[in-house]
Write a protein that binds this ligand. Structure first.
Ligand code: DC
Length: 217
């Protein structure tokens, strides 16, 4: 039997590291949905689409986007854009792009299609609430904003200071959780794990301890 593990939570809570390793341990697939919102943001910026774009413009742009993953790296229209989606420019704009209902509709349907037949770990903001509300396992990962800023800073992908990163994380949390379309929130039946004081292995062990024996080989 296939199953879905939904891992939601705010930026920098460790979702992608944890999900990636968990998928390897369980020998199942991993889908990083944040990377998909970032890919669309990158494409919009390249095509000078901003927050004031009309629905027609957005729809026409979305029609030109093909996203696929090879070895967990994201490709947009055949080009590997792992580096491009991590720039400060994309991070700054991804909130308004991911708040757009047309963008969400398109990406949610892609996500359901991709994770249709095999067992998957998906990480994001709305996996347990919207994309797969019937997921067998749901987790909500959190960590203090200080710790999340520290982790992002150590990734060395940003030009910002650690204080600026923390501020941008707090701003994005607020935006993501107060937006009208699929706001960031814990599903009622999700298990919350605070990873502030935990190593990656400890968090993974906590997740595995909530899973059925038959799914943990
Ligand atoms: O996980 P991340 O920081 O790479 O995600 C980038 C942005 O995408 C984040 O600000 C919120 C948005 N996002 C979303 O709205 N829904 C998802 N399922 C995943 C990400």
């Amino acid at each position: 039997m296939t199953y879905i593990i939904a891992i939601d939570g705010p930026s920098g809570s460790g979702k992608s590291t944890i999900s990636n390793e968990l998928a390897e341990i369980l020998k199942i697939q991993y889908l990083n949905t944040g990377a998909m919102y970032r890919a669309v943001t990158h494409f919009f910026l390249e095509n000078s689409i901003n927050e004031d774009a009309s629905d027609e413009q957005i729809l026409s742009m979305l029609g030109k986007i093909k996203i696929n993953f090879i070895d967990n790296e994201i490709y947009l229209n055949g080009k590997n854009i792992e580096k491009e989606i991590r720039t400060d420019q994309v991070t700054k704009n991804v909130s308004w792009v991911s708040a757009n209902a047309l963008v969400r509709e398109k990406l949610v349907s892609m996500q359901r299609e991709i994770a249709n037949e095999k067992s998957f770990v998906l990480d994001g903001r709305d996996i347990g609430t919207v994309v797969f509300p019937d997921a067998k396992y749901k987790f909500y990962l959190t960590a203090s904003s200080k710790e999340r800023a520290r982790r992002r800073f150590l990734q060395n992908e940003s030009e910002l200071t650690i204080e600026e990163i923390e501020k941008s994380i707090i701003d994005r949390d607020l935006y993501d959780s107060s937006r009208e379309n699929s706001p960031l929130r814990k599903a009622d039946d999700a298990i919350e794990i605070d990873s502030s004081m935990q190593s990656i292995d400890q968090t993974i062990d906590a997740i595995l301890s909530h899973m059925d024996k038959e799914d943990v080989l």
